[in-house]
Design a protein around this ligand. Structure first.
Ligand SMILES: Nc1nc2c(c(=O)[nH]1)N[C@H]1C(S)=C(S)[C@@H](COP(=O)(O)O)O[C@H]1N2
Ligand SMILES: [Mo]
Length: 251
């Protein structure tokens, strides 16, 4: 079996890029073998490969979704072809559902709240990984507390202004202090391709949980499978415990 000499580098192609052939089984297994380094979920990957990646590669109607080999090992993912740009004037983050006070936050409102900075390893379920990446923003718990979550609530849904992607977390997961509504990445404002101006950052989970272009946070009574989860990814997306011993909160 071939070893990937540098598991942090992306393979040429994989299941989320929406074009071309998905990464071959042998390559994927090679990445898994090399990935004592970081991939802690071989069964999940194998299952994702078996049930999802082949189909997912055909799901993109435009053939444009997302893939520019980016600096530092990142890949840009989008399940849609083009996403509107939003900024200071037209960006709003709605918090609604089972809350006492529905809210609509502008970027300036979010920046005025306490900020938390975390440095963790980013891990995509398809095998690439970017160590020591800083994300900074408002704890999701802060926004939930401000909205006043009703007692019957159990889960939180995330809607994206790309019009396609969605995710959810249990309320317990959503309240963790390593789950952020991120405004900054690598100590710069979050760029459009990385989901700017605002994305979710669920640090302890595979990166597919971290919904880009976040526009709405809806408190609900149950978890609903997200975009990739409907296509076979695990709703439970924890990365192994080795991720995240090195966080540096600077609230
Ligand atoms: N809105 C939206 N969010 C998304 C995705 C997407 O396609 N659309 N892809 C997910 C997946 S599978 C990964 S690995 C990361 C990729 O983030 P990046 O493009 O900043 O590298 O975003 C996640 N969030
Ligand atoms: Mo991913």
């Amino acid at each position: 079996m071939t070893q990937d000499p540098n598991p942090a580098r992306p393979a040429d192609r994989d299941g989320e890029d929406g074009r071309g052939t998905p990464v071959g089984r042998r390559v994927l297994l090679g990445m898994l073998a090399a990935g004592a380094a970081g991939v802690a979920a071989a069964p999940l990957l194998q299952r994702a490969y078996d049930s999802t990646i082949g189909a997912a590669a055909q799901k993109d109607p435009t053939g444009l979704s997302g893939l520019l080999p980016a600096g530092g090992g990142f890949r840009y993912y989008s399940v849609t072809g083009s996403v509107p740009h939003k900024g200071e004037r037209d960006y709003r983050l709605t918090v609604d559902g089972l809350v006492r006070h529905r809210a609509s936050h502008r970027l300036a409102d979010l920046r005025a709240m306490p900020q938390t900075r975390l440095v963790r390893d980013v891990q995509c379920v398809t095998g690439w990984r970017v160590p020591h990446t800083a994300f900074e923003g408002v704890r999701l718990a802060t926004l939930l507390d401000a909205a006043g979550v009703r007692p019957e609530a159990e889960a939180v849904h995330f809607t994206c202004f790309d019009g396609a992607y969605r995710e959810s977390l249990t309320l317990e997961q959503a309240r963790r202090d390593d789950v952020l509504v991120a405004l900054r990445m690598q100590d710069r404002p979050l760029g459009h391709d990385h989901g700017g101006p605002v994305r979710l950052y669920a640090a302890p989970m595979y990166f597919y949980k971290s919904a880009k272009w976040l526009s709405r946070i809806t408190v609900t009574d149950r978890v609903r499978p997200g975009y990739w989860e409907e296509r076979g990814y695990d709703v439970d997306a924890w990365v192994g415990r080795s991720n995240g011993r090195d966080d540096v909160p600077t609230t």
